[in-house]
Every structure is written in structure tokens, then in C-alpha cells.
Design a protein around this ligand. Structure first.
Ligand code: A3P
Length: 307
């Protein structure tokens, strides 16, 4: 096995059909029982689509753009991932770094939460349970070629995965829906089909790369927030890759000290659109093109793979 970090492998879960560690599957009910609030913002993403980046944006917009407060407390505490504490039995660091559901329930409003999985979309029963969309939902999509590369480096960095294979092998696992949070396409396509819902804001990583300020303004308008030009300029600067990579409250470098991450590599890694061109052989690229084409055959969703 090339994934050496999992204590019990991965399972395909119901409802939703998502691939997760069994320890998550055993605890999922706790998350499904959580009560959303109508002033919550839920950020939904497939991993590596720009979660951390967008999450910092959402938290700041919801909290008067208080940069000082943002700098004092790590993003994982300010905006909890719902599933993270349940991903491993043996990794104490996962439980220490991430807030469990009981604590999330106690957080004051307004909350910004970020479950990685498309629970709202994937299963009607779960969706009904969550009274879709009582809360505001922001969904960020990224082109799958860059997601594969980014997720590969993530798998090498994060001890939970402990991946020891090559990128080519990883891409095959990804396309076969054998990596955590797979399958990729139903996740995005479900969200895409609901993009016109008034409580849903669908956005692309590539658009944030192309026009960060413009995308920030769209999200602010969606959340009904308005800030001065000066604050918006500061926010844009704050979210630029070079500043973001250095910012210890968002860059997850603390995961190294806590034993959850390897020393080599960085969570805020490269931040480019089109990095796949540095990593894919022509053969791998054409297999991935075919896989994308097959999965988008019935959809008008189009990905931008280079800028
Ligand atoms: P790369 O691995 O391609 O660099 P997530 O937060 O969903 O795990 O996504 C991580 C990806 O978003 C990484 O992609 C990371 O570098 C990129 N990212 C994070 N902050 C960014 C920023 N400020 N600007 C551009 N990309 C950013």
C-alpha cells in the first residue's frame, strides 16, 4: 500500500458515497446531527481547491476585517473543519489541532465552518436534515489537473496520508476515486447544479488568481458586507500569495511542530494555475483529459487549466 498513514485504510461511506477513513464514518452522525444557524457561513470545497485562502477571506468579511484578531488565533480555531478531529484514531495531533463538534456547537455566531465534503448536496436525507440552505454556502471549485498535483504534494506532507508513491500512481488513485474525499466530480457537479440558489455563492480558484479584488467584492456582496476602499485594498493585499504564505495564523506551519506534518514541503505551496504542466507527462495528461471529458459530458461546467 502506498498510503502508509491510515490506521484502518479508507472506506466508501453512505450516505453520500464519499471515501473517508472508517474512524470518520463511525463519527459522521455527530456532524450530521449538528444544527446549522441562519447566520452561519459554510465553506464547501473539495480538498486543495483554495479552502484556506477563501476561509480567511470569509472570516475577515464576517468579523469586521479585524486583521489583528485574525493574526492572534489560528484559522483552524477560528473556522473549524467539522470532520478533521475524526480522521484518525492514532494521531493525537489531529484531535489537538482541530475542534470537535461539541465545541463547534458552543461557538458564538457568526460562525464560519468548512466541512470538506459535499454533505449538503450528496445525500437528500442529509440535505433535508440540514434544511438546505438555512445558512449561507460558499463553494470553491478548482480545475482538477491542479487539484491532483496539489493533493499529491499534500499527501506527501500530511502524515495522516503518509503517501509514498509517485505522482502518476497518485493520479490513477484520484481518477479511480480511491483517495480521501473522492469522488471529485459529483462533489463539484452537485454544487454547480445549485449555483443559482440565493444562499449559494459558487466561485472558482482560477478567478481569484485572475482578479482577487473583483472576487472579494462578489463574496462581500453575497454576504451583504460593505467595507471602505481602503479596507478592501488591505484585504486584497493580505490574501496575496506571498503574504499568505508567510502568515503564521493561516499557513499551517504549526502542524509541523504538532507532529501532523512532515518537515519537507509547505501547506501554502505554490499557488499557481497550470502547475500541472510542470508535472504531467503527455501520456498522463491525455488520460486525465479523457477522464475530465467523460465526467463533464452532460454538464456545461468548464474548467480553466491555465491563465
Ligand atoms: P498548491 O498546492 O497548488 O500551491 P486548500 O486550502 O483547499 O488545501 O488548497 C491549497 C491550495 O491553495 C494550495 O495550492 C495553496 O498553495 C493554494 N493557496 C493557498 N493560499 C493561496 C493564496 N493566497 N493564493 C493562491 N493560492 C493559494
Amino acid at each position: 500500500q502506498l498510503f502508509t498513514g491510515y490506521d484502518e485504510g479508507l472506506v466508501r461511506m453512505e450516505p453520500g458515497g464519499f471515501v473517508m477513513p472508517p474512524s470518520y464514518a463511525r463519527n459522521a452522525e455527530k456532524i450530521y446531527r449538528m444544527q446549522p444557524r441562519n447566520d452561519d457561513v459554510w465553506l464547501l470545497t473539495f480538498p486543495k481547491c483554495g479552502t484556506t485562502w477563501t476561509c480567511e477571506l470569509l472570516w475577515l468579511l464576517q468579523n469586521n476585517c479585524d486583521f489583528e484578531a485574525a493574526g492572534k488565533t489560528g484559522l483552524t480555531i477560528r473556522t473549524p473543519f467539522l470532520e478533521m478531529p475524526y480522521l484518525s484514531n492514532k494521531m493525537q495531533a489531529m484531535r489537538e489541532m482541530f475542534m470537535n463538534v461539541d465545541k463547534v456547537e458552543q461557538l458564538p455566531s457568526p460562525r464560519v465552518l468548512r466541512p470538506h465534503f459535499a454533505i449538503l448536496f450528496a445525500s437528500t436525507s442529509t440535505a433535508r436534515h440540514y434544511q438546505v440552505f438555512i445558512m449561507q454556502v460558499v463553494y470553491v471549485a478548482r480545475n482538477p489537473k491542479d487539484v491532483i498535483v496539489s493533493y499529491y504534494f499534500h499527501h506527501k506532507l500530511i502524515k495522516l496520508h503518509g503517501y509514498i508513491g509517485t505522482l502518476d500512481e497518485f493520479a490513477e488513485y484520484f481518477m479511480n476515486d480511491e483517495v480521501a474525499y473522492a469522488p471529485f466530480f459529483p462533489h463539484i457537479l452537485d454544487a454547480w447544479s445549485k449555483r443559482h440558489h440565493p444562499n449559494m455563492h459558487f466561485m472558482f480558484y482560477e478567478d481569484m488568481k485572475r482578479d482577487l479584488r473583483g472576487e472579494i467584492e462578489k463574496v462581500a456582496a453575497f454576504l451583504g458586507k460593505s467595507y471602505s476602499d481602503e479596507v478592501m485594498a488591505k484585504l486584497t493585499e493580505h490574501l496575496k500569495f506571498d503574504n499568505f504564505q508567510k502568515n503564521e495564523s493561516v499557513n499551517n506551519e504549526s502542524g509541523k511542530k504538532m507532529g501532523a506534518m512532515n518537515e519537507d514541503g509547505r501547506f501554502i505551496r505554490k499557488g499557481k494555475t497550470g502547475d500541472w504542466k510542470n508535472h504531467f507527462s503527455p501520456e498522463l495528461n491525455s488520460r486525465i483529459d479523457e477522464w475530465i471529458e467523460k465526467n463533464l459530458a452532460d454538464s456545461d461546467l468548464k474548467f480553466v487549466t491555465e491563465l
